[in-house]
Design a protein around this ligand. Sequence first.
Ligand code: FAD
Ligand code: MLT
Ligand code: ZN
Length: 489
Amino acid sequence: STTYPNTHRNPDFAKVSNSDVLFFRSIVGDNQVLTDDLDAYNEDWMRKYKGQSKVVLKPKTTEQISQLLRYCNQHKLAVVPQGGNTGLVGGSVPVFDEIVISIANMNKVRSFDEASGMFKADAGVILENADGYLAEHDHIFPLDLGAKGSCFIGGNVATNAGGLRLLRYGSLHGSVLGLEAVLPDGTIYDSMHSLRKDNTGYDLKQLFIGSEGTIGIITGVSILCPARPKSVNVAFLGLESYEQVQETFKKARNELCEVLSAFEFMDRGSQVFASRFLKMAHPLSPDDENEVPEYPFYVLIEVAGSKKEHDDEKLESFLESVMEDGTVADGVVSQDESQLRTLWKWRESVSEASTIDGGVYKYDVSLPLPKMYSLVETVRKQLGERQLMSQEDTGMPVVDAIGYGHVGDGNLHLNVCVREYNKKVETALEPFVYEQVQKERGSISAEHGLGFQKKHYIQYSKSPVEIQMIKDLKKHYDPNGIMNPYKYI
Ligand code: FAD
Ligand code: MLT
Ligand code: ZN
């Protein structure tokens, strides 16, 4: 990972002194002020970004966060809010010596109302724990993603995470009904009510959804949770072309309608990485061998509903029709819960698998569906021409450029998998990738945010007017700029 040169540190920010540390201890207690072994807080999940923070604070209450922020604001001490540190754009770790405020100790479920499905919890509850709690009440958290075992629901809201079932449950902008957050000056904003309708003034909570820690710290989340589907089934398909991926999606929307809950695609390259990582036979491998079959594209379809026979029948007749008319070349359907989980692994593990050779440059973009996969092909061509990647294993810096993602949301993940982070590769990719996305009026960040990685590139997706409005808001709520500096904008 890269440490950023200290010459770029903003000299307006104070450096943490002994008296600051004494103050922090008086608020959160000696044990919750960490000053040693801070690597896990300084380095991001991809091991791409590394900060040099000397202090991590772990408050237990909203009131403590309020006191900490008020003090930091008065003393011009920069802070980085941190959740599960699974973010993929370098937003969750400090750049220099910013103080990390981890919300890991704020991890209690506050309430759940079975009649309405309203769930209220501290922002530091781990996503998987929130979903586990809801499962006991026959409900589901309306967001699911590969990092569920580590990410926090507050981090999910702060990044406006999309995940694997946005197609079914929509974005957090719709499901989050209220938030509790602390503003940089210590003011506590509380909209933790559970009203589905409230047209009295601006919908202020929306400002925090996707704000990436730049205008305050989210401490509580109130979210509407759907009933848990009683039957879930997964099909894993092999296809001969990207056109067929689109055709299958069109047919799935038409024929599976209300039971369709996920439609994810992976190219062959991404399955090769998953195979190296999982070390098990590919679901479509005829001989139970570790070799990934030759289909250039794979699709995972999930159906979820309330009546098993009905849902299974729908899925079966859909598969029959797409295989009969040649849209889909091959496929398997999960026979039980354990097979269902295994099929999902071939999709969910691609993130982690793509880091196994050393590192990964990640591009998370929204593009019109018909154009989505061309970006991967264009980038492969660019890397080949620059002699950074070749078809044969010749030890070049780039091992492969792979594409996968949430077809249902028009969201492509392009991962350029490298042996090590390398300036030549980065220069070949940025701003090249963003220019390609801009040409199609896509978004350079579909769901991962801007963070540190994309702070110089927002203009590829937002107009000057929009950028000025964002800057004005930031300045209004954080005039000293202490919240997650050097990032976002
Ligand atoms: P962190 O990484 O700790 O922080 C992320 C950002 O939010 C930082 O800018 C941080 O300052 C800010 N922040 C965190 N908590 C707060 C808070 N309480 N108040 C204010 N600001 C805060 N993302 C998707 O959208 N879809 C996916 O499918 C997906 N899959 C993933 C799979 C894997 C294996 C991994 C590693 C990541 C994946 N991600 C995905 C990215 C990541 O998990 C999400 O962005 C997640 O929402 C981040 O949550 P976190 O608690 O880890 O936040
Ligand atoms: C995913 O969809 O798997 C995630 O957004 C994470 C990633 O792309 O690595
Ligand atoms: Zn994703």
